[in-house]
Design a protein around this ligand. Sequence first.
Ligand SMILES: C[S@@+](CC[C@H](N)C(=O)[O-])C[C@H]1O[C@@H](n2cnc3c(N)ncnc32)[C@H](O)[C@@H]1O
Length: 222
Amino acid sequence: MEEVDEFLSSKLGTKEHWESTYELELSNFTSHGDIGDVWFGEDSMQRVVNWILESDVVKENSSILDIGCGNGAFLLCLASEGFDNLFGIDYCGTAIKLAEAIANSKKLDIKYETVDLLAEHKKSELAGRKYDITHDKGTYDTISLSPEDAETKRQQYIKEVYNLTKDQGLFIITSCNWTEEELISHVSDYFSVDEVIPTPTFSFGGKVGSVVTSIIFKKVVS
Ligand SMILES: C[S@@+](CC[C@H](N)C(=O)[O-])C[C@H]1O[C@@H](n2cnc3c(N)ncnc32)[C@H](O)[C@@H]1O
């Protein structure tokens, strides 16, 4: 695997930051029904949902795990489209409380659990489970900003997601920190590209870039 320039660590890479963010969002939801932030905007979420809706391989009963689900906005969107085998995990207990409160208020059946993807797996509820689709928007980015040993955590994350994805399954990731080329290279031992979802581009100084990248990966099965 080629050498990667890691990001400078940030408070966005800490659990304390996310706990305090979701405490505020939970209190906003309780007092006036605001579900909180949709990271990287509604459009980036909708592009992935549209891809799923148009896909021949993803069915309404496909098992879908959202890793670092936050308020569960992505799963809410799928549930309202008729998907009924939906799971969300987040290492913040308050995010899970918020996601459950929102789903209950809409009478949608989504299973949520407080799980740290990088915690010792033998003890984790996730051990042995596999999903048709594993999905991430912003969680790999967050882990990449971890103040402690981000590189090891990124590599551990990729192995855990590989183990959670069925052999014929897909891993769908949306990132605003890493480019298409970087994401493909990071996961290349475990996943190959199925499709890159077109996203808006900008050009600056003669170079064209994207603010956000969404890629559908297939599991590499040896
Ligand atoms: C940028 S937010 C994105 C939230 C959500 N996916 C969305 O798009 O709105 C990153 C999320 O990853 C969660 N997270 C970070 N590290 C995690 C870990 N090791 N295990 C589970 N969740 C994690 C955070 O609590 C936070 O909810």
